[in-house]
Design a protein around this ligand. Structure first.
Ligand SMILES: Nc1nc2c(ncn2[C@@H]2O[C@H](COP(=O)(O)OP(=O)(O)OP(=O)(O)O)[C@@H](O)[C@H]2O)c(=O)[nH]1
Length: 505
């Protein structure tokens, strides 16, 4: 029972530690995802507060599902942005491809970047360098055409081509969403493009655009890297915390170990994903799936909490049963004591029997021997008892035995011990009295019994007793003391009965 209670306390501590670990996980995730999506920020903050308040896991699970949905939503939004940007890129590329007078090398490079943009696993950050390359090809084409300008009709064609290229380039720029700072710079370049009067100006604007876009791509890349490293650091801390938490658990650890290992595995996997994942989109998809698994595991944990509640109630029942059993055991003990008593009581005289005497005799003998104090033993026998039986019947004999038992108990000292040894024979242990005083006391006993007017069915009965007494010699055994007392009784009988004979040592 104590073991189970201990196990419970450990389980409670473990639960609190796990709650703390989850709290930290959410805290780190919110930090890592900060600014990705406002609603996601809010939900993560709410989740963190719920965990800090030790809210029930049942209430937290729906919040986790919401966070997952938001991550999913952001992922879909990114997909849509990518598709639209990809379409604009490919449209602009094919327009440039159709341009007349395209240098062969430019055409080859253009084909290359179109192929890359058509890769099925393409992600948004990968499209940005392609866009930068496309802008560069536009600039090269403009410069090439400008150098090779010839007749007026060629010039007119060149102007026309310029206009088409500028329109395309503006369309490409429109298809991308940049952060505020970049957007301001791009808009300035867009305006310059519209107002450009010569191919040269267009080429300069294109070069400036390339630089701006290159910076944007680098920013995006370093932003992603920061995100990844923050997330990685958080996951590492969570792994350590979870490891410590696992170490502290004991008895009922097995109940939760499986789930916790799975959660730990998920966290480790996430950590590996972060370390290996160069692509932000890929990483988000992986994290989504990990969160899915963790959410399922949390549901499982909540089932385990149910199990704990059931266990607790069964423990209560067990406890009640135990209290009940303790009561029953106490009653049983009382009954046993009573039965034990009965085993040592003579049912006819209601005084201790021979078994009780044997036990007490050993005890008193050893005690007196230890303190070297007096110990006397008296063997008491009713004289001519057979005659009583024969004359008045067995019932009269029984009543005589019972009466004598009561008298012996009454007249001997409370520190003395008297038992019915068997038949009409009684034994008495008389400690801490000198043999002489003992003999006097026993003689008085003989006299008292003889003076009692026993009456049975109106007839008077003369009852006398003979006593053989002996005083303990501790250099000899208990048996020796008994035998000397028994021999003395024999002498008392032989001497005429109704007397006490004290044996010499
Ligand atoms: N009524 C009754 N008689 C018993 C009981 N136990 C033993 N007796 C009888 O006690 C008698 C003992 O007789 P004896 O051993 O000859 O001794 P006694 O008649 O007392 O003679 P002395 O001891 O020599 O004085 C026997 O008749 C037994 O049957 C008992 O529990 N109840």
């Amino acid at each position: 029972m104590q073991d189970l209670n201990k196990a419970y306390r450990e389980l409670e501590t473990k639960f609190a530690q796990d709650q703390e670990v989850l709290g930290r996980l959410i805290g780190r995730l919110s930090q890592a995802c900060k600014g990705q999506l406002t609603e996601l920020d809010n939900k993560l903050a709410k989740l963190r507060v719920a965990l800090e308040k030790n809210t029930d896991l049942d209430n937290i699970s729906p919040l986790i599902v919401q966070v997952e949905e938001l991550l999913q939503q952001q992922s879909s939004q990114n997909d849509a942005e990518l598709q639209s940007a990809k379409k604009s890129f490919l449209d602009s590329s094919s327009l440039l491809q159709k341009s007349k007078g395209l240098e062969p090398d430019t055409r080859r490079q253009l084909r290359l970047i179109i192929d890359q943009a058509q890769q099925p696993e393409l992600i948004l950050p990968q499209l940005l360098p392609l866009m930068q390359a496309l802008s560069s090809l536009y600039a090269d084409t403009l410069a090439y055409l400008h150098q090779n300008q010839g007749s007026d009709s060629d010039n007119a064609q060149l102007e026309k081509n310029n206009a088409v290229l500028v329109d395309n380039l503006i369309e490409v720029l429109n298809s991308f969403e940049f952060d505020e700072q970049i957007s301001v710079q791009i808009n300035t370049q867009r305006k310059r493009l519209r107002e450009a009067e010569s191919a040269n100006t267009v080429a300069t604007v294109c070069t400036d655009l390339m630089r701006i876009i290159l910076d944007a791509v680098q920013n995006e890349r370093s932003g992603s890297e920061q995100f990844l490293s923050r997330l990685n650091a958080s996951l590492e801390k969570i792994n350590v915390a979870l490891g410590e938490s696992l170490d502290s658990s004991d008895k009922l650890r097995e109940l939760k170990e499986h789930t916790e290992q799975q959660i730990r595995q998920q966290l480790q996997n996430m950590s590996v994903d972060v370390e290996e994942g160069e692509k932000l989109e890929e990483l988000k998809t992986q994290i989504n799936s990990r969160l899915d698994t963790i959410s399922n595991l949390l549901e499982k944990r909540s089932d385990q909490t149910d199990l704990e509640t059931k266990l607790q109630s069964s423990l209560r029942t067990m406890n009640e049963r135990l209290v009940q059993l303790e009561k029953e055991a106490q009653q049983y003990q009382v009954q046993l004591n009573e039965q034990h008593q009965k085993l040592f009581i003579d049912s006819l005289t209601n005084i201790p029997n021979r078994a009780a005497f044997d036990e007490r005799y050993e005890l008193e003998f050893e005690r007196a021997k230890r303190y070297d104090s007096n110990l006397n033993l008296a063997v008491i026998d009713i004289d001519h008892f057979k005659k009583i039986n024969d004359t008045f019947g067995h019932t009269a004999g029984d009543k005589t035995l019972a009466a004598l038992g009561r008298l012996l108990k009454k007249w001997l000292r409370s520190s003395d011990f008297v038992a019915r040894y068997g038949g009409e024979e009684f034994v008495a242990i008389l400690p801490e009295i000198s043999p002489k005083d003992c003999a006097i006391a026993l003689q008085q006993l003989c006299d008292k019994v003889a003076a009692i007017p026993f009456v049975y069915r109106g007839e008077k009965l003369q009852i006398t007793i003979s006593i053989g007494a002996a005083s303990a010699d501790f250099s000899k055994s208990r048996l020796d003391l008994f035998e000397r007392a028994d021999k003395a009784l024999y002498q008392a009988k032989n001497n005429g009965r109704n007397q006490i004979i004290a044996a010499d040592k």
